[in-house]
Ligand binder design. Structure first.
Ligand code: PLP
Length: 450
């Protein structure tokens, strides 16, 4: 440990041995990693002692804030009692049983069965296999195509990254996964042209359904989307989008997969984003807020109509992970759900801190650099732009978003840059004073970025 007593030695060892996700190693090693040593509430502390407001709740996950002893205690108790046992081959254990029961109380009424995974990516992979299995059992084996959206992120496994709509991920070799189509996204600011947001929402829904009709709806297994696209830049859909799209999917027998990895567990002001938008998915992907990120875990929520077919006629589902339903992860999720419920955190996002931060956040649209400032629940974005009136973006090569992100960090605020969209998704336990701090820092950072 003596080697690890200064920021420089930590950075040197990190550069020597650690391959980071989503990172250009040569750029990183030139300046060294930012090293976070501890955290409490909504604030992080780095290895130089700087205190930083975490406007991203880690990676959209630390819903209940950092440093909650209830989670640490629950996990420690579970590790002492039963640190591991698997859930394969007709085996179960109390924490996984309790977690399934608790989840059925907070998910929509028609979602009552859960398959547990280690992350959001492998939860989506599970769904891609389960949905194909379902259609085969139903005598419609041609339904194998998954329709996703351009600019979507659904994870980093081979299948999840192929289903996602990030061109730069597709450009990397190693994605031999077919049967995927990408529909347009309801990104009004960038792509809405002369249409009103509501007309644009309807157009994108119609174009998506036309894409499905073009390939033949009888070949489409499911449509996967986040209620609000998160890592794709916090694209909040116009109100017209989901009703038109979900009615069209139902007419065509195409199942909806609601990826709730970011939107789940209160982020949009309901327990799940599908409830905010009134859709009834057959599959829900969950991770992140399930344990508030304290322990890795994902889950697939399965509708009654699918689960009844699979449990009665599906035979063995030849799929699973060593850590499906890991006891310590279940203990963390149970304690996390307990905090979310007992502290009324989801209602607080809907009725108190959500509206409070939204009002202040939307006022950032008055800044000359900001084209739009949007937020639902506690997930929001500001679009940096060269010309507000004309809705003209900056030239991508200028890297204005990255510049803004660096100013934010230097000024004690974590915001994420998705191109030139600055996104935030703070812990749901944010106080009013911390909301003020977040927006004041964002104003300062925008002034510095001009
Ligand atoms: N789905 C969505 C919407 C996500 O945002 C993410 C991660 O950010 C994933 C899936 C993948 O989750 P994980 O990183 O836990 O594999």
């Amino acid at each position: 440990m003596t080697l690890l007593n200064s920021t420089e030695s930590l950075r040197a060892m990190d550069a020597a041995h650690h391959l980071h996700p989503f990172t250009d190693a040569s750029a990183l090693n030139a300046k060294g990693a930012r090293i976070i040593t501890h955290a409490d509430g909504v604030h992080l502390t780095d290895s130089d002692g700087n205190r930083i407001l975490d406007g991203m709740a880690g990676l959209w996950c630390v819903a209940i804030g950092y440093g909650r002893p209830e989670i640490a205690d629950a996990v420690a108790r579970q590790l002492r009692q039963l640190p591991f046992y698997n859930t394969f081959f007709q085996t179960s254990h109390p924490p996984v049983i309790e977690l399934g029961h608790l989840l059925s109380q907070v998910t929509p009424d028609h979602i009552n069965r859960f398959f547990f995974t280690g992350s959001g990516s492998d939860a989506n992979d599970t769904i891609f296999r389960m949905i194909a299995h379902y259609w085969a059992v139903m005598g419609q084996p041609d339904r194998t195509i998954i329709v996703s959206r351009q600019g979507a992120y659904h994870g980093s496994t081979v299948a999840a990254s192929a289903v996602g709509g990030f061109g730069f991920m597709h450009a990397q070799p190693g994605l031999p996964v077919g049967n995927i189509l990408h529909a347009p996204r309801p990104a009004w600011w960038a792509e809405g042209g002369e249409l009103s947001p509501e007309d644009f929402g309807l157009k994108v829904a119609r174009d998506t359904l036309a894409l499905i009709d073009g390939i033949g709806a009888h070949r489409v297994a499911g449509f996967i989307a986040e209620p609000i696209m998160g890592a794709g830049g916090v694209i909040i859909p116009p109100d017209s989008y989901w009703p038109a799209l979900s009615a069209g999917l139902t007419e065509r027998g195409v199942m909806l997969i609601s990826d709730e990895v970011i939107c789940g567990f209160g982020r949009t002001g309901s327990w799940f984003g599908c409830q905010t938008y009134g859709t009834t998915p057959d599959f829900m992907t969950m991770a992140k807020g399930l344990t508030s990120g304290y322990i890795p875990m994902g889950a697939v929520g399965v509708s009654d109509r699918v689960a009844e077919v699979l449990t009665a006629k599906g035979g063995e589902f030849a799929h699973g992970y060593t850590y499906s339903g890991h006891p310590a992860a279940c203990a963390a999720a149970i304690a996390n759900l307990g905090i979310l419920r007992s502290e009324g955190i989801v209602d607080r996002v809907a009725d108190d801190i959500g509206p409070y931060l939204q009002g202040k956040w939307r006022a950032l649209a008055d800044h000359p650099l900001v084209g739009e400032a949007v937020m639902t629940g506690l997930i929001g974005a500001i679009q940096l732009c060269a010309d507000k009136g004309a809705r003209r973006a900056f030239d991508e090569d200028l890297g204005v978003g990255m510049m803004c992100r660096e100013h934010a960090f230097a000024n004690g605020l974590i915001m994420r840059a998705v191109g030139d969209r600055m996104v935030v998704s703070p812990p749901l336990v944010l106080t009013h004073a911390e909301a003020d701090e977040l927006v004041e820092k964002a104003w300062r950072v925008l002034d510095l970025t001009q």
